[in-house]
Design a protein around this ligand. Structure first.
Ligand SMILES: C[S@@+](CC[C@H](N)C(=O)[O-])C[C@H]1O[C@@H](n2cnc3c(N)ncnc32)[C@H](O)[C@@H]1O
Length: 271
């Protein structure tokens, strides 16, 4: 089968399918080695860099009481953070990204959001708990989408739509598009299609790109995809309003040389 991205492997797809279908596998999917090889749970700074960013902004850590159940589903390992209590580091990251979006774009209730490479739906879940009126479209491969459908259903989050690339209407419009460590891992023709069908059709956008790390693996890219991926500068050439936001990089992002790309933020956004 032709690979569409770095994480498009048979064992990952097969694991997602089993986690979606089998109660026992779903009950402990978050820390499974096959799963977390793609959707990482062990972060270099154990989520403290994200906690610190939230703390410096005066974020109300009481929000974590509204999402405590999200880490019980799939049994994620948690850490005790001051003020926030027991939270998985990955969930701390999802909340920090949610807060970036809130500051950049304002409230998300009633807005159409689309996420490319949304994994099990962890990012979408925290956004939906914060903004129950958000109209969320989660895009991924079919097996991760099945897992996300199950995860969000178990969390009682019912409003999301699930779509593969081929399901996306070419003339759709979105208020905010996001993709974290996902578009940057896709094969070039898939990246081009997401750029045209999603990012160029979104009034606002927020992306975390690990392109610099992948650029170092050109040989692997050519062997796997038959050519090189698009990098940040290639996407920016298609998105003249998008700018890099170094101040939004977390400790993890600096360590991994990731970039944060934003467009369409409110002029009064404090970030
Ligand atoms: C490194 S994970 C990131 C997951 C999530 N965004 C996060 O921050 O935790 C990459 C994601 O891209 C998804 N993915 C892989 N190939 C894809 C494709 N062709 N289209 C959309 N998503 C894809 C994977 O299934 C996975 O959910």
């Amino acid at each position: 089968m032709v690979k569409t991205s770095a994480s498009d492997t048979d064992d990952y797809r097969d694991f997602c399918r089993r986690a979606a279908d089998d109660d026992a596998v779903f009950g402990r999917f978050r820390e499974d080695p096959i799963y977390r090889f793609v959707v990482q749970t062990e972060l270099p700074y154990a989520g403290l860099d994200h906690w610190q960013m939230l703390s410096e902004r005066g974020f109300d850590f009481g929000f974590f009481d509204r999402i405590r159940d999200l880490d019980v589903l799939g049994r994620a390992d948690t850490i005790d953070y001051e003020h926030a209590g027991a939270v998985a580091p990955q969930t701390m990251r999802y909340v920090r990204i949610m807060h970036d979006l809130e500051l950049l774009f304002g409230g998300l209730d009633g807005r159409v959001m689309i996420e490319i490479g949304g994994g099990f739906g962890g990012q979408g879940a925290v956004i939906a708990r914060r903004f129950p009126g958000v109209r969320y479209v989660l895009v991924d491969l079919p097996e991760p989408l099945a897992l996300a459908r199950r995860y969000l259903g178990a969390a009682g989050i019912t409003g999301a739509r699930f779509a593969e690339l081929g399901d996306l209407a070419p003339d759709a419009r979105y208020d905010v598009a996001i993709s974290c460590y996902a578009w940057s891992e896709c094969e070039r023709s898939i990246q081009q299609a997401y750029a045209e069908r999603v990012f160029q059709r979104a009034a606002g956008g927020y992306m975390i790109l690990n392109s610099n790390a992948l650029r170092k693996a050109r040989g692997w890219q050519t062997r796997t995809f038959g050519g090189e991926m698009m990098y940040t500068e290639d996407l920016m050439a298609l998105m003249p309003a998008a700018t890099l936001r170094p101040a939004l990089r977390s400790g993890d992002d600096r360590l991994w040389d990731c970039q944060v790309l934003v467009w369409g933020a409110r002029p009064e956004a404090p970030l």
